[in-house]
Ligand binder design. Structure first.
Ligand code: DPP
Ligand code: ZN
Length: 865
């Protein structure tokens, strides 16, 4: 297969001004009629080439005249019609089979309902079209179906509806906003409605409707509340108002993505929409809030202004993630949100960047764009926007955004044009900054400090370097904002002078390979608190000593760095253990510092919960070269056991003291207390004894919400034995009719770090409730197992073989989801040679398989290159 390259971009040869579609829905034989008004774009004589895949052709007509077979060509990917006038009407009819569509793109069925997923290239599986984001068209959609499909939904406004002969009915929808085909949506089926209203900033009333499985509308209440808060927030923070009179969300159970921002009709994976205290955890609530906001925010950053081509994906995704992170920070507290976002970035993006699949935020080529919905495009894309805001300041950032909305509303554009808006409002040349979009890899920054007590001068020397990544052997220096403050030996903030100005904190911009900066008036030997708030997506090495980290852990006013100091200390202690040199004195000291952190009355419980959790095994594996997951797991557990022993009384006291007495509330403060209480139990479980088993069992059985039930079950899993076995049976029996809860049951067992996990996971694939055609269920078990460092990386290689077998099986019907399972094998070069060889062999076996999808082929071959 030939890659598609950014440099090959050509404007569309034809534009489609209006699109009228008629769907006669039937599970196996849906007829789709399209009437397109088309205009030649520029002076040329090229034929019309429209995308179309898996379509059964019925007819093609131009300006009312049916075309003979000789007048057009239809192959597996295109409809080609030569010799056309400059403006004409194309009418086509095709037949498709939604029920057979297990790839879950285009039109398919989930739970007996029709639904669609068109991003990135699903629309071509519905009808012939210019399925590219720079062809924007006005859509009118008529949906006809049997009355048992009682809601008939599409984008925009409902124009008309009524009954038809033969027990059928219809609805006609019109979307006044021109949009690319990837934002098209259609839903038909039996659904309950939760309705609400919102009055916008200019006083317009918008109807809000969430459609869910019958009987589930109560569970959409939190999503509705999140939607209303997100709509108000976008008005207040970005000045953006909603545009249609109706905004709809539909939840479906079978979905490749998390959710999709179709104009006026978002479609959600039900796992990111439905919640009540009994069945959803606090993490579910938090994700619902952020994803509902994310998809809503796309209305401006994605729908009204869309991407010229798929290389610009970060234009909408990185920016919209930045917007949803900012929203969550305002809803839930900036420091805790930032720590969680950085944890995700490190776990997903940093590991991607250290492997063969490393790519720039704006990639230059691809085989399947589906493979580029990555942590780099999303999470690093958001970091780039955050840095831009740090570099130019809040006001200029807002001015630039306003200009972007003004200048590009209603268009498909590029990252260059986005950045140009900020260059225009600041008058700055942002050419260097643009390199963040084109250069892959995580820069490594070093910081050295020298302090002269006599002159009270502090000199900081910063350098940066980025290791080569595939296709980019040499790297340039990037403009890097490093936020810095100083503490004294007691942890108090020290003011200092920079160019004569007294400051508590400053941003040093590392603009080349090396930069030095001098602060004067520094009264005491400083502890340098650098990269505050994680001001750039880099790895940082400093000359700080353990004693400096303890000063920061005790009281850095920048809560990100306070947390980070603890993580750095833990990383060092775990790596000493993993290399056979445990630092027992250091471990005691660390435990004592954590104890003081827990006792700090001023600190937020959610923050303390983060303080208590050690760096993940995946995070530790990134720092160990080569990585030995077994040794990391042992070392991390050993440190946890020592902490549990040392802090036992504190942990038990907190566990009792934080017990919830009142009503459940999903708010951030209550969730923070539950997180801390569950974190204490998690740590106590590292020191297994009968007493702790009783405690965990009591926690599980007394739980009146899913957060605590999962906290108890997780602790029982870590403790193992009969109590865990019986709780697992109890949990399943209790929740077997709730698919989202049973996903959690599978996920937990995928994560089980105890020996024999693979055998149990393989056994679970034969469980009657396991269904590999449902992406949620598949990922619950398989992706969690592949992230289970200790067991997936079993020295026998059996974990790798199992994953490869699963990828090949799933590729037969759902390539997009199969491809997302390849990544855990991709990091093979980072592991010990024994493990790496076994991982590589499985990638080779995958790549050599006949009939592989482009999706899996691309990732497997890139991982081997
Ligand atoms: N639906 C996915 C998202 O919102 C892709 N656009 O990120
Ligand atoms: Zn998005």
């Amino acid at each position: 297969p030939q890659p598609i390259r950014l440099t090959d971009y050509r404007p569309p040869a034809f534009l489609i001004e209006t699109t009228e579609l008629v769907f006669a829905l039937e599970p196996n034989t849906t007829r789709v009629k399209a009437r397109l008004t088309i205009r030649r774009n520029g002076e040329h004589a090229e034929p019309l080439v429209l995308h179309g895949e898996r379509l059964k052709p019925i007819s093609v007509a131009v300006d009312g005249k049916l075309l003979a077979d000789s007048e057009r060509t239809i192959d597996a990917e295109y409809l080609t019609v030569p010799n056309l006038p400059d403006a004409f009407v194309l009418e086509t009819e095709v037949e498709i089979d939604p029920e057979a569509n297990k790839a879950l793109d285009g039109l398919y069925m989930s739970g007996g309902r029709f639904c669609t997923q068109c991003e990135a290239e699903g629309f071509r599986k519905i009808t012939w079209f210019a399925d590219r984001p720079d062809v924007l068209s006005r859509f009118t959609v008529r949906v006809e179906a049997d009355k048992k499909f009682h809601r008939l939904l599409s984008n925009g406004n409902l124009m008309e509806s009524g009954v038809l002969p033969g027990g059928r009915h219809y609805a006609v929808w019109n979307d006044p906003f021109p949009k690319p085909a990837y934002l098209f949506a259609l839903v038909a089926g039996e659904l309950d409605e939760l309705a609400d209203k919102l009055v916008t900033m200019t006083g317009r009333t918008v109807d809000l409707k969430i459609y869910v499985d019958p009987g589930m509308s109560d569970r959409a209440a939190y999503a509705m509340d999140s939607l209303k808060r997100a709509m108000k927030w976008d008005e207040e923070v970005f000045g953006r108002e909603y545009d249609l009179d109706l905004f709809m969300i539909v939840a479906v159970r079978d979905f490749n993505f998390g959710a999709m921002e179709n104009k006026g009709l978002n479609i959600f994976n039900s796992s990111l929409l439905l919640a009540d205290p009994a069945t959803a955890t606090d993490l579910d609530y938090e994700r619902i809030e952020s994803v509902v906001a994310h998809e809503y925010f796309h209305n401006w950053t994605g729908d009204r202004i869309t991407c010229r081509d798929w290389f610009q994906l970060c234009l909408k995704e990185g920016l919209t993630v930045f917007r949803d992170q900012s929203f969550s920070a305002d809803m839930r507290g900036a420091a805790v949100q930032r720590i969680k976002d950085v944890k995700t970035l490190r776990a997903r993006q940093f590991s991607e960047d250290q492997g063969p699949l490393s790519h720039p935020v704006r990639p230059g080529s691809y085989l399947k764009i589906d493979n580029f919905y990555t942590a780099t495009i999303y999470e690093k894309g958001a970091e780039v926007i955050r840095m831009l805001k740090t570099l130019i300041g809040d006001e200029k950032f807002r001015e630039g955004m306003d200009l972007y909305f003004d200048r590009w509303d209603g268009h498909a554009t590029t990252v260059e044009e986005f950045i140009r808006c900020f260059a225009d409002v600041t008058g700055e040349d942002l050419t260097d900054f643009f390199a963040w979009y084109e250069q892959a890899g995580t820069p490594n920054v070093t910081l050295k400090h020298s302090y002269d007590a006599d002159t009270r001068i502090l000199k900081l020397d910063l350098t940066q370097a980025t290791a080569p990544t595939p296709g980019q052997p040499t790297k340039r220096a990037l403009p890097l904002p490093v936020r810095i403050g100083l503490l004294d030996g007691e942890g108090r903030t020290q003011a200092f002078l920079r160019d004569g100005t007294a400051l508590d904190e400053t941003v040093v911009v590392l603009n080349g390979e090396a930069t030095s900066v001098t602060f004067t008036g520094v009264d005491a030997a400083p502890v340098v608190s650098a990269l505050r708030g994680f001001s750039a997506p880099v790895t940082l090495e400093t000359d700080a000593q353990a004693k400096d980290r303890y000063v920061q852990l005790a009281g850095d006013p920048d809560l990100f760095n306070r947390w980070e100091a603890g993580q750095d200390l833990a990383r060092a202690l775990i790596s000493s253990r993993a290399s056979g040199r445990p630092d027992e004195v250091g471990e005691e000291r660390y435990a004592e510092a954590l104890g003081r952190g827990l006792a700090d009355q001023a600190a937020d419980p959610a923050f303390k919960a983060l303080l208590l959790s050690l760096p993940s095994e995946a995070d530790l594996a990134l720092a160990m070269k080569p990585a030995d997951p077994g040794a990391i797991h042992e070392a991390r557990e050993a440190l946890r056991t020592r902490l549990a022993l040392h802090l036992e009384d504190d942990l038990k006291r907190l566990h009792i003291g934080l017990q919830e007495l009142g009503e459940f509330s999903p708010d951030a403060a209550s969730a923070g207390r539950r997180a801390l209480r569950n974190a204490t139990l998690d740590l106590l479980a590292a020191n297994p004894r009968a007493e702790v088993i009783t405690l965990a069992d009591g926690h599980y059985r007394a739980a009146i919400n899913m957060t605590d039930a999962m906290g108890g079950l997780n602790a029982l899993m870590l403790l193992g034995g009969e109590a865990f076995d019986s709780a697992l049976v109890d949990f399943y029996e209790r929740w077997k009719s709730e698919p989202l809860v049973i996903d959690k049951w599978f996920a937990l067992q995928g994560r089980d770090p105890s020996d024999g996990a693979l055998g149990r996971v393989m056994g679970l694939t034969a469980h009657p409730a396991f269904d590999q055609t449902n992406p949620n269920r598949l990922r619950a078990l398989i992706s969690n197992f592949a992230a289970n460092q200790a067991q997936f990386h079993d020295p026998s290689g059996s974990g790798y073989r199992f994953l490869a077998d699963t990828i090949l099986a799933v590729d037969g019907f759902n390539p997009m989801t199969a491809a997302r399972l390849v990544e855990p094998l991709g990091g093979w070069r980072r592991y010990t040679p024994e493990l790496g060889t076994l991982m590589k062999a499985e990638l080779q076996r995958i790549a050599a398989t006949e009939g592989l999808s482009k999706n899996v082929y691309e990732l497997a071959t890139k991982a081997l290159a």
